[in-house]
Design a protein around this ligand. Structure first.
Ligand SMILES: [Fe+2]
Ligand SMILES: [Fe+2]
Length: 187
């Protein structure tokens, strides 16, 4: 329910082509000014389809540490100016690895009977992130590191962190999936 908010902190910390690129991506994430197209609202529709509580943070006390780690890494990079290059790399890694999984999520949702609206969060990301991937890698990170060559390591560090915590989460999820006695919730 906070999609795009952490990375938006980067906008005010950038200039030039990198700033324009981040604004372009974030504008899409926020629906280009239309509430019904905001990605967080698309996700709300999907949550409601699954009878999940869509109040922001509702499940925080129940989820395992690995789930919180995904959000915490993002917030750490967002809240500290020193980590701005890592925030950009983090976003690029997300955008560059989003399209194929979302295509599979969309197929799974359709198989479970989701309407177009209920699956739109996933279908939207198949198309949007195919574009965002290019903007994030080239216009955002590419411009940033050509202006700040010393920051290449931090950009890549941010991308690596994104992939590492996602992998940890995926391992937890799939291990739980294959062991019925385990739960996806903490404790
Ligand atoms: Fe999105
Ligand atoms: Fe995106």
């Amino acid at each position: 329910m906070k999609e795009a908010d952490p990375h938006s902190f980067g906008i005010a910390r950038l200039g030039g082509a990198a700033k324009a690129a981040l604004v372009e991506i974030e504008s899409d994430e926020y629906g280009g000014g239309r509430v019904d197209r905001m990605h967080s609202e698309l996700f709300r529709t999907t949550m409601r389809w699954l009878d999940l509580n869509d109040v922001y943070g509702h499940y925080v006390p129940e989820v395992p540490a690995v789930t919180l780690a995904i959000s915490n890494v993002m917030s750490l990079f967002a809240m500290h100016q020193r980590w701005t290059p890592a925030l950009l790399g983090h976003l690029a890694a997300l955008e560059m690895t989003s399209t194929l999984p979302n295509r599979q999520y969309a197929a799974g949702a359709a198989r479970l009977g989701a309407t177009d609206a209920e699956a739109r969060y996933f279908t939207e990301h198949v198309e949007a992130d195919a574009v965002h991937e290019q903007i994030a890698a080239h216009d955002l990170c590419g411009s940033y590191v050509s202006d700040h060559p010393d920051a290449i390591g931090d950009v890549l560090f941010g991308a690596s962190c994104s992939l590492v915590v996602d992998n940890l989460f995926a391992e937890y999820l799939l291990t739980s999936w294959h062991a019925p006695a385990r739960t996806l919730r903490a404790g």
